[in-house]
Design a binder for this molecule. Sequence first.
Ligand code: MRU
Length: 362
Amino acid sequence: MEPIASTLPGQAEMNVLQPISVQDGRVILIDQRQLPEKLEYFDATELSQMVFAIKEMVVRGAPAIGVAAAIGLAARAIQLAPECADTAEFIAQLKIAKNTLQDSRPTAVNLRWATEQVFALACSQPASAASVIANDMMKFAQNLIDDDIRINRSIGDNGAALLNDCLSVLTHCNAGALATCGWGTALGVIRSAVENGVKLTVYVDETRPRQQGARLTVWELQRDGITPTLITDSMAGYMMAKGKVDAVIVGADRIARNGDAANKIGTYSLAVLARAHEIPFYVAAPISTIDPLIATGAEIPIEERDPDEVLVISGQRIAAEGTRVENPAFDVTPAHLITAVITENGVLRAPYVKSITEALES
Ligand code: MRU
C-alpha cells in the first residue's frame, strides 16, 4: 500500500507532529516507514489499510497503535452503519473488526484497551440507530488523541524532577511523539526536563533491527532543537562504564501487575547494564499500558517478526543463505531492575504490586 501526499494542507509550516489525525473523514497517519528521509502520510481509512499500517509499522508505539486502532474501528463503524439491517448485525460486524485490529500486533496492551472502549460504547446503546452509534464512536475515538497528549504531559511533569541532577540520559527505541499522539512518554520526560532548563546530553540507542532510535528518535529530537548523540546498541555498556550515562529512560508496551515491563528488544539488556553500573532505570508509560489481567511478565505475548528484519539491511542481505534467525520484537524487564515507573498518576516504586494496584484504582 502506497503513502499519500508528502504534506497535508496547513501542515507544511507546522513543527507539530500529528502521527494520527482525522481529516475530512479520512484517517491519516504519518508513514513512519519513510522517516527520516521523507515526511509522508498514509490513508488508513479502510479497515484493511489500518490493519496493514499497524502490522507493517506505518504507525507504531504502544499508545499510538491503540488510538489508531480505536479510530480505525470508528471509521469501520461509519462504513458499516448504512449496510447493516439492524443494530445487532452492526454490533456483530464491529466485533469482527475489533478482533482483527486486536490481532494485528500482540504485545502492546493499548491496542486492546482502546478498541475495547470504543466497542463498549457501541454496545452500550442497543436502542440507537447504527449511524448515531458510529458518529459517537468517532467522537470518542478522536478525543483519545487529546487525552493521550494530556497524559503524556503529566508523565513528563512527573518524571522531569527525576532528571534534575542528571547531565546525561540514555533512551532506547522511540517512545516519543511518533509513538503516541504527541509529546511522548520517555521522550516526553526528556522534553519536560529540557523545558524546565535541565541541560541534558541525550544518548539514543540505534535499536536494531528496525532502528527506531536512529531513524525516529534522533529526527524527533532534532526537530525540537535537542541534539542527541546516536550510539549502536552494543555501545551502551561502554558508555555506562565510562560514566557517560546518569540515567536510562524507556517506554513500555505492557506492564504486568507486579511491575515486569515489556518494551522494545534490547531494553532488558540495558536494565541489567544499568543495575551493574548503579544507574537508575526508569520506565515511562500511561496507566493504560498496565495490563490488570496479568500477574507477571511471563504472561506477556512477545511478537516474533519477519527474519528479513535481521537478515537484510537497506535492501542488502548481510548473512549467508540458510541462516537461521530469531527476531523477538520485545523483551521483558523484571520489576526488580526498574527504579521507578513514571505514570500520569505519579511515580510508582517497589513494591509494585502495591503501587500499581493503587495507581489503577486512583
Ligand atoms: O515495535 P515498536 O516500534 O512499536 O515498539 C515501540 C516500543 O517498544 C516503545 O518503546 C513502546 O511502545 C512505548 S511508546 C511510548
